[in-house]
Design a protein around this ligand. Structure first.
Ligand code: FUL
Length: 709
């Protein structure tokens, strides 16, 4: 009896020992993120607001010589900004507290060039205070952009300026509560007002601002804030302002090689596989062409298609998405921008509405020590703190989700448990379709979040086959979705031969069209391949999602004769090359006259044969900094290219601010040659240095005609 009980106690202890055996987590793979970086990764999507002196001078880079008198918003409401950002699903706002022109949005003690001297609120306003409070009210984090370069400061370039810059930083980080990110711009040094000196000043941006000291101030006053610049130290620029990161995107870099203005943009977009520091990418882009508000860009707010693509190419590629909202002169986010932000939110919500993995079985080819602490189910439990991990020697492994029944899928979200480092170097995704495994994608990095979009497949199983990693695999999250087909209005284009193409971003969506003016339905022509339109025709198009049966509203385009026989035969600048850009059917390209040529500035086009012409269309330049847009015109016609008749003359109304096509109709006339003259031109630019030239040359983005057969 005694022996038996001693034996049982021994067995009992063995069992306890066994069940308590702790399987250690995988060793970290350095470099690792700091806590402040981990918190930043979770912010995903937040707003930049460019609102400052440039908003009122219609500039992108002010000279520094502006007067505070010019800063005068009429309806400034930072609560509207916060509400817009919150409704859009954003997590914070970063404001341009001071841009390169030096005007300060808060009543700083360092300079009089601030809101203190502005008519806004009789000089009593503090925009930083208002915005930080609005952010708090709406549950958003608050961040500041402080330009190191200051084109207003008289002492810029001296050590005194650096002390002044540091004092401004201290004010921003002391008086407005918690700051989540401090944004230091890489643009630095050059011409400026500099207290009236109006000269060019160069500094060495690696040393001048005493970066160590600058960073120390941030650490001391806001220990949880991340510091952004080209090379961090916490968050890096992604090397482009177009809104995308590379598919391969490491959150680590050889940070010591990078300095402000580092020109190796390709590496900024993809990180360094052998990075020495955690330095994740922030993808910054604007919802319009400019960072600041310009009425002339009201028609250029990015399309839903473009914004959705940016979302997938930033957040979906292991980056955070910093989307700029150029607040307008009233002091409000413009209605058109709000509309697009809401459309993006609605689309993303739809794409990720029903998660499909968590309700299914998940298995792995290996899990660490067979311990439930590291089982594959941890990847689908919705808890970011648990993860599936493999044994130390296993750096290749499969994770398989088994569906109860064939299931349509087209999105996969993967997240590594980055607190232990970024590891995955190569993986493929396979789907079991009708009993066969088919490869549907192959990629490199994962990092904090990778989202893959692929053509919808009806799968019975979905497999992620990790092929190569820097150590054991550690995945905290896997999600699978069937995003609805992406339904937006189709895009229509025609080439000079008259070949018309109609496109939609999702090839599961169908396109129908008519050529007789009637409204298209699913019984109309189904678009399969490009077709020719060579004579006056109104094309009407709809897109249809065959799954939901939802149709878009019809859109229409008028096409006249094709331009295959057209030539630009003369211009007021002779016949230089590239005049074909005037008649290439693409309003995004243009040709402009030389600056030496005096008025009238004109182009002459030979249509190849005679037509009855009864109107024309002029497309103004669509560039961010447009060259002379014709505001007052003359349009002449001729049968022989020598004797001209004036068919129309006048003003294109509001064309500088609203750069849409202008169509002018007149009494029909037989003509083979047409001539468009710019009588007055205006670039819309307020930039004194370039204004003269931009305003003198006449530009032509596209010319079309209307014929009467
Ligand atoms: C750039 C600046 O020069 C632009 O004006 C803008 O602020 C952008 C976000 O960064 O470097």
């Amino acid at each position: 009896m005694k022996i038996k009980s001693k034996f049982s106690v021994f067995i009992f202890f063995l069992l306890v020992l066994f069940s308590c055996k702790q399987i250690a987590p995988p060793s970290p793979i350095e470099p690792l993120p700091s806590d402040r970086q981990l918190n930043w990764h979770d912010m995903k999507y937040y707003a930049f607001v460019h609102f400052n002196m440039n908003t009122f001078t219609d500039m992108e880079w002010g000279t520094g010589g502006e007067s505070p008198e010019q800063f005068n918003p009429t309806e400034l409401d930072t609560r509207q900004w916060a509400k817009v950002a919150k409704d859009a699903g954003m997590t914070g706002i970063i404001i341009t507290a001071k841009h390169h022109d030096g005007f300060c949005l808060w009543p700083t003690k360092t300079t009089e060039h601030s809101v203190k001297k502005a008519p806004w609120k009789d000089g009593k306003g503090d925009l930083l205070k208002e915005l930080s409070e609005a952010c708090k009210e709406y549950g958003l984090k608050f961040g500041v952009y402080l330009s190191p370069w200051d084109r207003n400061a008289a002492n810029y370039g001296t050590p005194e300026y650096v002390a002044y810059f540091h004092t401004q930083l201290r004010e921003l980080l002391t008086n407005y509560g918690d700051v989540f990110e401090v944004w230091f711009d890489g643009a630095n040094g050059g011409s400026g007002y500099y207290g009236g000196a109006n000269e060019t000043r160069k500094i060495d941006n690696k040393t001048y601002y005493q970066w160590d000291k600058t960073h120390q101030i941030v650490r001391e006053l806001q220990p949880n804030a991340v510091i952004f610049s080209d090379g961090g130290p916490d968050v890096r620029w992604v090397g482009t302002e177009e809104g995308w990161a590379n598919e391969t995107n490491w959150s680590i870099m050889r940070r010591d090689e990078i300095y402000p203005g580092w020109p190796r943009y390709v590496e900024l977009r993809s990180g360094h596989e052998d990075g020495t520091h955690w330095l994740p990418a922030e993808v910054n882009t604007s919802i319009r062409p400019g960072w600041y508000y310009h009425a002339r860009e009201d028609h250029q707010v990015k399309s839903l298609e473009r914004l959705v693509r940016t979302y997938y190419e930033s957040i979906g590629r292991n980056g955070n998405f910093l989307l700029n909202l150029p607040v307008d002169k009233r002091g409000l986010v413009h209605e058109k921008d709000v509309e697009q932000l809401n459309a993006l939110k609605a689309q993303i919500d739809k794409d990720f509405e029903h998660e499909l993995a968590h309700e299914n079985e998940i298995i792995a080819s290996n899990f660490r020590g067979n311990s439930s602490k590291f089982k594959p189910e941890n990847a689908i439990d919705g808890n970011p703190d648990t993860y599936w991990a493999t044994d130390d020697e296993v750096t290749k492994a499969e994770l398989i989700v088994k569906f109860e029944e064939p299931t349509e899928v087209n999105r996969l979200v993967l997240q590594e448990y980055i607190a232990l480092g970024q590891r995955i170097q190569n993986f493929i995704i396979e789907a079991e379709v009708d009993g066969e495994w088919v490869e549907i994608d192959g990629q490199t990095t994962v990092g904090h979040r990778r989202i893959l979009q692929f053509k919808t497949v009806e799968a019975t199983q979905l497999k992620v086959d990790f092929k190569k990693a820097k150590g054991p695999i550690v995945i905290s999250n896997l999600e699978i979705y069937r995003a609805p087909n992406f339904l937006v209005a189709p895009k229509i284009s025609r080439n000079i031969s008259g070949m018309v193409s109609i496109t939609v971003p999702d090839d599961e969506v169908l396109i129908y069209y008519t050529l007789d003016g009637s409204i298209p339905t699913e019984a109309s022509n189904k678009y399969k391949t490009p077709f020719v339109i060579n004579s006056p025709t109104t094309l009407k198009v709809i897109a249809v999602d065959p799954k939901s049966k939802i149709l878009t509203d019809p859109i229409e385009r008028y096409f006249d004769i094709s331009k295959k026989d057209w030539t630009v035969v003369s211009t007021s600048s002779g016949i230089p090359s590239k005049t074909n850009l005037i008649i290439d059917e693409d309003p995004n390209t243009y040709w402009a006259t030389d600056s030496e040529v005096k008025n009238p500035q004109e182009v002459v086009i030979d249509l190849g044969k005679s037509y009855f012409v009864k109107g024309f269309t002029y497309w103004p330049n669509q560039d961010r900094y447009p060259v002379g847009i014709i505001t007052n015109y003359e349009f002449l016609t001729s049968t022989d290219g020598h004797n001209w008749k004036m068919s129309a003359s006048g003003e294109f109304s509001n064309i500088v601010n609203s750069r849409l096509a202008q169509t002018i109709e007149f009494d029909k006339i037989n003509a083979r040659f047409i001539k468009l003259r710019g009588i007055k031109v205006n670039s819309g630019s307020s930039h004194e240095d370039v204004k003269k030239e931009l305003d003198f040359r006449a530009s032509f983005a596209e010319i079309d005609i209307i014929t009467d057969l």
